[in-house]
Design a protein around this ligand. Sequence first.
Ligand code: TXA
Ligand code: MG
Length: 365
Amino acid sequence: MRTEVVSAVRAGQTSSGSQANDPKQTGGTPVVRPDSSERFAKAIKLLREGEVVALPTETVYGLAADALNADAVAKIFEAKERPRFDPLIVHLPNRKALAEIAMVEAPIASQLIEKFWPGPLTIIFKKCDTVPDIVTAGLETVGVRMSAHPVFREIVSALNRPLAAPSANRFGRVSPTTGQHVLDELDGRIPLIVDGGPTEYGIESTIVRIVDGVIEVLRRGPIPKGALQPFGEVRERISAGVIIAPGQLLTHYAPKTRLALVDDLKNFLTPNGKRVGALFFCSPAGIGEPGPRSTHTAAGVLRDVENFVAVRHLSQSGNLREAAANLFRMLRELDAENLDLIVAERAPEEGIGAAINDRLQRAST
Ligand code: TXA
Ligand code: MG
């Protein structure tokens, strides 16, 4: 199958620098820039016909199919090589559509919807019979969210059907945050990628369920614990022995290269003769962009990092949102350096930092 990439980035916003409407070749796969009138016609047509299409969301790219069409959803599992026991998140065209697929029983859920939809919060509900079993892997519940990404919203609204969409990577791999990442993962396996540029948050949505009036966080994400607390007691079920969400599988976000997670990279000694890459959380304020072979400690002392073959900083300034947005891209970049080991530094455990550490922890196991 030939995978087509259409850019949803408007003229002047393109990051690739290529000309609009100028078909070009990238690694054998044609990249076509449509004019705006037909921007999403192809994606909508394919989805109507029961095909899968990769779409940008505000968190990561999703591989979407009509959630109410079991055959279409099966193609998601095939393209991703995803085991059938791992349920998918359903994305709504509008809030009203929730009643067609799920039962909202807890008043807290309604308040969370009011506050966070559209946005990066997935809520687990009791499902209606309309949702095919393949979507929920036979569970009685369904994970639902409403994406805030303008491209995703335009397409799902035009379709006016809920879309099942897991992250658009092959199973067990790092989620894609650019159209190119999706192409790297799924080239030849899906007919179309709508490229909306890099995603805003860079990590997957926060997943919650309401149990006896308590908000249980099943996956950490862009909506941190603190933002949920005004709505009720919050309990994190992240590292519980029992896996409730298969996304809690320990190796769910693995790069191919072995990854070690440390509290402080300053004190890391690279093993002799090994190709080691470093993923710093930040570089100290006021020093600016460090060179490829050196960085600085907080005290401003020049520190030799020439033992690292490759170095990345999640955020030069230590901004957690920026760090989250860069995380999966930098993991992919380091993964491509043919290293023996990636050493990553923990982010501060606050706000979205907890979700960053969660991903790093899983990548390291
Ligand atoms: O930000 C996101 O959530 C992205 C974008 C594309 O929307 N999607 C995403 O989907 O991360 P996926 O399939 O990669 O991760 C969804 C997680 C899986 O770990 C799945 O096990 C869990 O949600 N999940 C889905 N339905 C569930 C359910 N009914 N009960 C418990 N966990 C569920
Ligand atoms: Mg995923």
